[in-house]
Ligand binder design. Structure first.
Ligand code: ADP
Ligand code: MG
Length: 338
């Protein structure tokens, strides 16, 4: 008798959840990504106990069609890619078809969705199985409520930090969504108190004022430029507003918040000698590029990417920041010594 068995679905989903659902903020991230991919222009997130008691995300996006509802919770089930070619030309934030399956394996989930303004559907899912379904409100869009996160994975629950820290991580993720999608109206509420509210009017300066305060928003310099492969736009704060860590530098590639050491270096190089040692700037930079030039399938959380022609992009970013600060007369022009 062989020893190898295929894992049952619930166990397989829990293993995936170990990577995708690290903490409450990961659930918020995955659900908001889905709302953005569904074309919503208004997205509301409400949390209780920093998401451990509940996370409710509602949107006015496309909704999910009735026949797709059970599939949405399936593992490796997605409407976003279909072919091998698609995997290397990702235009959406999601594509792995893993988030809902993972989340439903470590919490109790209620989905309310309506795809056509006529009839809405509600399902409750527990241990990856639909346990209840009924008809519900008929307004186009989706609401997903995640309750009792990690109730069945005590080890993960123990790993979760204080509510204060976890709410901070949620706020952080929402701030970055707001900066990368200034055309979407975002609301974040914690215990009924509003933590973030943006207008969705497309003005990055206004979003940055919400996130970092007016003093910084008044001292932002716009950058904008392109090469054949990359288009870069954004705002960089004048160097008097430095911070003690890299956390205030937000980089987005095709609308996705990413972390990239080399691009961070390129930003710092753009500030030249204006940054004191050990201090970092406040910036939000949007990079638009052919999705074929970036591989986002590096890690389950999709925050790491591999870029083709990275040096070209680094030079562009450094030069744009240099020029912008030069325009503000912050960098003295080089003079050739006699
Ligand atoms: P992925 O986003 O990688 O496709 P998910 O598990 O996050 O995988 O979602 C599975 C599918 O459920 C999505 O492909 C999408 O079709 C559907 N879906 C999830 N959330 C929403 C939403 N808020 N609005 C519309 N469709 C959604
Ligand atoms: Mg998704």
């Amino acid at each position: 008798m062989g020893q190898i068995q295929e894992l049952d679905i619930q166990l397989a989903n829990k293993i995936a959840a170990g990577e995708v659902v690290e903490r409450p903020a990961s659930v918020v991230k995955e659900l908001v990504e889905n709302a953005i991919d569904a074309g919503a222009d208004t997205i509301t997130v409400k949390v209780r106990e920093a998401g451990l008691q509940s996370i409710a995300v509602s949107d006015n996006g496309s909704g999910i069609q009735e026949e797709d509802i059970p599939l949405a919770f399936g593992r490796h089930a997605t409407s976003k890619i279909h072919t091998n070619h698609d995997l290397f030309h990702i235009r959406t934030l999601g594509f792995r078809g893993e988030a809902l399956a993972s989340i439903t394996s470590v919490s109790r989930v209620t989905l309310k969705t309506c795809a056509d303004n006529t009839v809405g559907h509600m399902v409750k899912v527990e241990n990856s199985e639909i346990i209840e379904e009924s008809l519900t409100r008929a307004k186009k869009g989706t609401e997903i409520i995640v309750e009792d996160l990690f109730y069945n994975t005590p080890a993960r629950l123990k790993y979760v930090k204080s509510l204060h820290t976890e709410l901070g991580k949620i706020t952080d993720i929402m701030n970055r969504f707001a900066m990368s999608h200034s055309h979407i109206r975002f609301t974040l509420q914690s215990e009924d108190k509003t933590v973030l509210q943006t207008s969705g009017n497309g003005k990055l300066n206004e979003v940055m004022a919400q996130v970092y305060g007016l003093t910084i928003a008044r001292d932002l310099v716009a950058i904008s430029g392109e090469t054949g492969d990359y288009k870069v736009t954004g705002r960089v704060a004048r160097p008097e507003h430095t911070r003690a860590n890299r956390h205030y530098m937000s980089l987005f590639i095709n609308g996705r918040y990413i972390k990239n050491f080399m691009l961070t270096k390129a930003i710092i190089a753009g500030y030249h000698t204006l940054l004191p040692i050990g201090r970092y700037p406040v910036v939000a930079i949007d990079i638009t590029m052919d999705p074929g030039l970036v591989d986002v399938n590096v890690h389950p959380t999709k925050q790491e990417v591999r870029l083709s022609k990275e040096p070209e992009l680094m030079t562009l970013i450094t030069n744009l920041i240099k020029e912008a600060l030069l325009g503000e007369s912050l960098i003295p022009e080089m003079t050739v010594p006699k």
